[in-house]
Design a protein around this ligand. Sequence first.
Ligand code: IPM
Ligand code: MG
Length: 371
Amino acid sequence: MTDADRRPRIVALPGDGIGPEIVASARRLLDAVGEFEVTEHPVGGASIDEHGTALTDEVLRACESADAVLLGAVGGPRWETTDPDAPRPEQGLLGLRKGLGLYANLRPVRPSAALAHASPLREERIRNTDLLVVRELTGGIYFGDRGRSEAGAHDTCEYSVAEIERIAGTAFDAARARASGGKGARVTSVDKANVLETSRLWRETVDRVAAEHQDLELEDMLVDNAAMQLVAAPSRFNVILTENMFGDILSDEAAMLTGSLGMLPSASLGDGGPGLFEPVHGSAPDIAGTGTANPLATFLSVALMLRYGLERPGDADRIESAVDAVLERGLRTPDLCWVEPGRPPMSDVPAEVEVGTQEMTDAVIEELQRA
Ligand code: IPM
Ligand code: MG
């Protein structure tokens, strides 16, 4: 069997909360798309319960030798603690990012037309919003020196020139790829250069790298201003390039433009080696086991996996179209059903039908098979 014939190997890490439910749905979707070899392993709280640590060496090894990794979510109140020495589910995710060298996190935000009215912002505000958050994922305050003493605690934010250069390269490449669709290659680099030394290095480095590329349009923006602009005028953004912590915060904010955090997928990539694909929403322990979790961000993450991780862009397009189609038909998990009290029903919007995880999964698979 040649390498091209072999079935792509996917490691699925369901994790905690709604993670197992949405990953089970994703596996059904994958079965409808083609033949994949999928193996499951525990991570996060599930791994703490089984092995006392959020990520075992064995699971990291399995991920390293896969073609792609699909993750559900980690964390939950069961494992929450302020004890600095106790294991925490999030260490599983951070260990995977560091261990697999996944320094580039891509979070595309494109509100679906059918959900425009579900956004907390007015429709005219989010119209034409189509942006990509490029978040640095293996540096900054997430990975710097930290500690606790009797009297206090500290976390350190550090960035090297090389780390900034490589994530800037990712953002510039992404902007160029998006520009082929008619838009210019615009990048907004977000920092806090008026206060932080790492941000001044960030700005200096990004500006220098951008100057080497004549086709790029770069603007620098302070993070507080960016947070404000994201809700005031989201459509002004194209690619947002930022460091780890700012990217964490801004991407949740940007996700709400789509009407629900339940819609945002993400891809974490390194240089060669498998990428990790996961929904942004987290483990939602409050609805775990109720059969109401929204599987769409996971399906869109599967699409990113097929596009960026397994070189199957056609299959990725098919999944994205199928998701759009079920939303157009009015199917909604409860998180998407939010309608502003007092707002009159809109005549051009199909009646919304509230469905659970299984029905939503069935509907997307049906659309996929119909196309
Ligand atoms: C995310 C999450 C993680 C992060 C947590 C779970 C560690 O919020 O992927 O955005 O902060 O990066
Ligand atoms: Mg986050």
